[in-house]
Write a protein that binds this ligand. Structure first.
Ligand SMILES: [Zn+2]
Length: 371
């Protein structure tokens, strides 16, 4: 199995259209970072990182997406750094302790409702977020308290309920004479490193007005500019480039791939082409659930999921060719003390240790056997 440090030679071996597309999309730089290990820490380095020689000459790969200007610096040694974590209790105990006074375990009495009431789904119910960050901001609250207890079937139900909530908001806005273009957004923050303040699992749904959130609009604009320049669909070519180096898992209705420019550890994209994004949320949820099951098996206890949907109603700008798209990212140890986002991620480029090729192999096993 190749590793991310083999990416340069993998691309050298490509021919024809895939090579053209890959080089059009990605800039790759490979370096060796050298340092000197004093005798006093040579043994320590060997214990922490395995081989002192691999510390003295570190293999670094920098990948930049030329179209979107997303970029990542890979160094697998960083995943072996000694990190501090909250001592004492285990994660399972902390989750169970929260159950007794958990408002989300009694959502009808203890959580706020939308002005149109609540929608009940299969194994989940909606609420309004008590401190909204947009005019329409709701929650999908599973019946299950433990945020790490789910399977792909349940995730499909949560996504289906999100689709119904979006539809309900659009109807409500239409009935109120809303003229502004509206844009749904679905996300899921699991546990503290992912930004969640409530232990009980919950997905968040928003509908924003005027234009989409800047990161999503930026991606739409990049895709539109790409089509105008090269005449092809950016997202299709993104899949072509990832497939050319062996990172794509296809199931017939979706393309899954660990991103070559992950925003953080193990970021995986799921792309579904086709019409009527709201109606297909159920199927996308199943696909996201499969990826989360795979990540959970490899130790993920905190994650973010984001779903980009082409707007279902009339909007002034062109969303032609923009797929239904989910991004799933591992946020590390739920009890970890060291934030995985630092100055580099906020202001420069992402720094990642997980190897996309290792993850692709695991995804291939769990996604295709789950179908
Ligand atoms: Zn609960």
């Amino acid at each position: 199995m190749p590793r991310i440090t083999d990416i340069g030679s993998l691309v050298q071996g490509l021919k024809g259209y895939p090579r053209t597309i890959f080089n059009r999309l990605f800039d790759i730089r490979e370096y060796t970072g050298e340092l000197v290990l004093p005798e006093g820490i040579r043994n320590w380095a060997g214990e922490k990182f395995g081989d002192p020689a691999a510390v003295e000459k570190q293999r670094l790969v920098k990948i930049t997406n030329r179209v979107t200007l997303e970029g990542t610096l890979f160094n697998n040694l960083r995943g072996m750094r000694p990190l501090s974590r909250a001592g004492g209790k285990r994660l399972g105990e902390i989750i169970e302790e929260q159950r007794e006074n958990c408002a989300f375990c009694r959502p009808r009495e203890k959580t706020t409702a939308d002005i149109f009431g609540r929608l009940a789904g299969n194994g989940a119910i909606t609420a309004a977020n008590v401190a909204k960050y947009d005019r329409w901001h709701g929650l999908i609250i599973p019946d299950e308290h433990n945020p790490l207890t789910f399977d792909s079937g349940r995730v499909a139900e949560y996504f289906a309920l999100a689709g119904r909530w979006f539809q309900r908001v659009l109807e409500q806005a239409g009935a109120g004479g809303e003229k502004e273009p509206l844009y749904p957004f679905l996300m899921w923050n699991c546990l503290w490193p992912a930004g969640s303040s409530v232990v009980h699992g919950h997905l968040q749904v928003t509908v924003t007005g005027g234009m989409h959130y800047p990161k999503i609009e930026q991606l739409r604009r990049a895709g539109q500019a790409y089509r105008e320049c090269f005449g092809t669909n950016y997202f299709g070519d993104l899949c072509v480039a990832h497939r050319a180096v062996g990172l794509v898992v296809e199931t017939g209705e979706a393309w899954y791939f660990p991103s070559l420019t992950p925003v953080k550890e193990k970021e995986t994209w799921i792309i579904m082409a086709g019409e009527s994004a709201l109606a297909r949320l159920h199927r996308l949820g199943r696909a996201v659930g499969r990826v989360l099951e795979c990540l959970r098996q490899t130790g993920t206890t905190s994650f973010n999921v984001a779903v980009y949907l082409p707007p279902p109603g009339p909007v002034p700008e062109d969303w032609e060719g923009f797929p239904l798209l989910a991004r799933v990212v591992d946020r590390g140890d739920a009890l970890g003390r060291t934030a995985d986002f630092g100055g580099m991620e906020l202001y420069a480029a992402s720094v990642v240790s997980a190897d996309p090729f290792t993850l692709a192999q695991r995804l291939r096993d769990s996604v295709t056997t789950g179908v």
